[in-house]
Design a protein around this ligand. Structure first.
Ligand code: FAD
Length: 413
């Protein structure tokens, strides 16, 4: 690593080759500066998992040729599934003009493809390199220490994901509290492409993204997902760590229950389990944001807790925050000033963007939903109960049924 620079010094080091890191690195390279992208995995994406959907706007902004990546399917149908014990109500949004709003791709493929593009644009890529700690001198970050050596840079961009030991090391972040983090678990289930098309009502290799609430997830702050790949289906859920702890529930048991719900089991019937994975998701939102920069360093993506849990926006926040950090590093290099006076520009860019504007808008959502977890299960049950009555013709007068439903609706909570 860094052989091109005899003093082990470069302009910018980026730690972590996820969506945030690669976007930061490629932005710096496009500004004709030297940048080293360090990744602990033996290839980018090797250590990473997520649900499966990337919003195209961010991909387009950082990699305008993103459609050349190994996309599984574009999302043509976005559905919300409200489950109760055995029944379910589904609300679907479809709009052909909207088909390129988001796409489904595996992280192993996406991260690898992005790094290949970044290398073509001049990023020096160092896989299999675990950064043990940041080198700090007189309060300023000046480099990284790996198992083998020390490397120096004018700016270090921290993009090491949700646990970010590096942001913690320099005091930008504290340990995440269980109430501010979700545990995500996911299975990938193999099914023939034409079976997926038929079960999800898809044509021409378009895809479906589903989010699920209620039923097996009731009483927990949890949400399920089902995303269609070309010839497999991702089934998973995210659940608040605190709820897991308080309810003494294991995430894989919850996923098993969700897979047995008739709505889900019909979709994955006869499928073959290909993989199982788990990962944390920062869910604290605006109220948990760390300080985003210090002398010589900036924090991006999940490391900076930049996730909008309501809209499942993580990779797009990571890519755009990475891009802003890269742009700010270029400004700092142009001015030869790597202090907070210049790096605060990164925060200003985020403040003026959809990222912090949206996080501010949603800043109390997690707290509100946490306090109303039981209500989600309750209203899911009631909606399905109402629709069961509404869709049933059994020779019994309807008025009495609706009166009974209304009485229970208001009194039995
Ligand atoms: P990461 O993707 O975590 O990348 C961090 C990188 O840093 C990794 O490659 C890691 O190996 C490397 N690294 C860590 N420490 C070191 C070190 N010390 N030295 C060297 N390298 C290091 N977002 C969406 O947009 N759509 C979804 O559908 C979606 N679903 C999700 C479902 C689940 C279950 C989970 C867990 C997350 C989901 N997200 C989703 C969120 C999304 O995955 C993250 O927001 C996004 O990956 C953040 O990118 P990042 O680059 O900041 O971090």
């Amino acid at each position: 690593m860094l052989q091109e620079n005899q003093q082990n010094k470069t302009d910018v080091i980026v730690v972590g080759a996820g969506p945030a890191g690669v976007s930061a690195a490629v932005t710096v390279a496009r500004g004709s500066k030297n940048v080293v992208l360090v990744e602990r995995g033996n290839f980018a994406g090797a250590k990473n998992m997520y649900g499966g959907v990337i919003y195209s706007h961010a991909a387009q902004e950082v990699f305008p040729n993103y459609k050349e990546s190994p996309i599984e399917r574009f999302v043509s149908t976005h559905s919300y599934v409200i489950m109760s014990e055995n029944d379910s109500t589904i609300v679907s949004y479809k709009n052909p003009a909207h088909n390129e709003n988001a796409f489904i791709i595996t992280r192993a493929n996406w991260d690898k493809w992005c790094v290949e593009q970044a290398i073509k644009e001049g990023v020096y890529y160092a896989p299999n390199t675990l950064v043990k700690e940041l080198i700090v001198k007189e309060g300023k970050v000046i480099g990284i220490r790996t198992d083998v050596e020390e490397y120096y840079a004018d700016v270090v961009i921290i993009a090491d994901g949700v646990n970010s030991l590096l942001a913690k090391q320099i005091g930008l972040r504290k340990d995440i509290k269980p109430k501010n983090v979700f545990m995500g678990v996911k299975e990938v289930i193999k099914l023939p492409s034409e079976v997926i098309d038929q079960r999800f009502g898809l044509i021409n290799q378009t895809g479906c993204a589903m989010e699920l609430v209620g039923g097996p997830l009731k009483d927990l702050f949890a949400m399920g997902i089902i995303y269609t790949n070309k010839d497999s289906v991702a089934v998973g859920l995210g659940v608040a760590l605190e709820d897991l702890k308080n309810n003494k529930t294991k995430p894989y048991e919850l996923l098993e229950k969700m897979k047995k719900h008739p709505f889900v089991s019909d979709l994955i019937q006869d499928g073959e389990l290909l993989e199982y994975s788990a990962h944390l998701i920062p869910e604290g939102g605006y109220n948990c944001l760390p300080k985003l920069y210090t002398d010589g360093a900036m924090v991006t993506g999940d490391a900076a807790m930049l996730v909008n849990n309501v809209h499942f926006e993580g990779t797009n926040f990571a890519m755009i925050s990475g891009k802003y950090a890269g742009e700010t590093a270029l400004e700092a290099l142009a001015k030869n000033d790597f202090s907070q006076n210049i790096l605060c520009l990164y925060k200003k860019k985020l403040d003026n963007s959809f990222i912090l504007k949206d996080l501010r808008t949603y800043k109390n959502v997690v707290k509100t939903l946490t306090e109303r977890t039981n209500s989600i299960g309750y209203y899911s049950n009631k909606l399905n109960e109402f629709l069961e009555i509404f869709t049933t013709a059994d020779g019994v007068e309807k008025k009495g049924k609706f009166q009974k439903f209304a009485k229970h609706f208001f009194t039995k909570r």
